[in-house]
Design a protein around this ligand. Sequence first.
Ligand SMILES: [Zn+2]
Length: 383
Amino acid sequence: MPTPYNFLNELFKSHVVITDVMPSSPRSSPVLSILYNENHVIHKPFGTSPENPERTTRIFRYFQGKKEVLGEEVELRVDFPPATVEDLLRVHQKEYIDFVRSYCLRGGGFLGDSTYFAPGTFDAALSAAGGAMKALEMVVTGTRRFTFALIRPPGHHAKADTYGGFCIFNNVAVAIRHVQENFGVEKVMVVDWDAHAANGTMRIFYEDPTVLLVSLHKDPKEFYPGEGFVHQIGRGKGRGYTVNVEMPEGAGDREYLMVFEDIIRPVYEQYSPDLLVGCVGFDAHFSEEMTHMGMTSQGYYDLVRGLSELGGERLALVLEGGYNWYNPRLAHTVVNAMLGRPHSFKEDVDILSSSVTRPEKVYKITRQKIKEVQDILDQFYRF
Ligand SMILES: [Zn+2]
């Protein structure tokens, strides 16, 4: 007996075939939605912070009104409902939600762990989670093949009972619980390649076999958030459903794509999830000075294209970090990648040369890190 989700899935497959036959039909509806929570601007720092409204307003302005960039296949959406407290409660503790609300009502302030609350933060955070919920929901129901939740504040460091690293509520976790509870989705796989480990997402699903997290991030030994180590593979029934890949400083396109082929692809094929979600952080790009990683837009393009293909030309992307001036171009790159359009943007060659000539050592360390992941997970997967 098919689950409601599988039924929708079957319906959607037939929709895909029709759209493939008539890709440029004037009657074709968008296949990709970008969901943007306009009210994020009320979540703003009292002083300076890399996590500020400019991060996403610049991306939105870049896309806005540019039909020549977006084409008929892409729509910008700002009209989705915010998450409710009930939605948050599937992930977060009531005491924590109450704390965030009351702290914002009292005017907010800086709380440590890089995280600030402005008076409007509670509302902005509800809308961010609502954007992620809508992004996953649209892909699950077949309304769109691809979605990109262009939202802030980000979420992947937020745990059930606490904020951290610019994150208030864990947007992707709230969205996953939403589609599991309301749309019959059983298994979800998340690939998070923000430069920082998805430690909040990891903690939330650590004992849950229905959500498989693969997090690629800079080795957390001396880097925020200080967890997300290869030996952290889940607990109890969740053992084997958390995969942490420690990337060496300077790791770039070649290294990330090696992880895609050697870990993400085999794990995906054996786990066989109902839904694939990408948590994209633009801070693994070589221009991000506080992370010192080496990805270029080509790497973002190839990784997102690979994930789209893996997901059967269906993918929901949720924005996490990324604080550099390449953000709009990188957002455009991942949109092109999802749609299978050519990669249209190359970075300045002079800037790029530093990542091209990175030492062979980075490649060798990555190989070794991949081997460690494969060894520790060989009781769960064939590599
Ligand atoms: Zn990050």
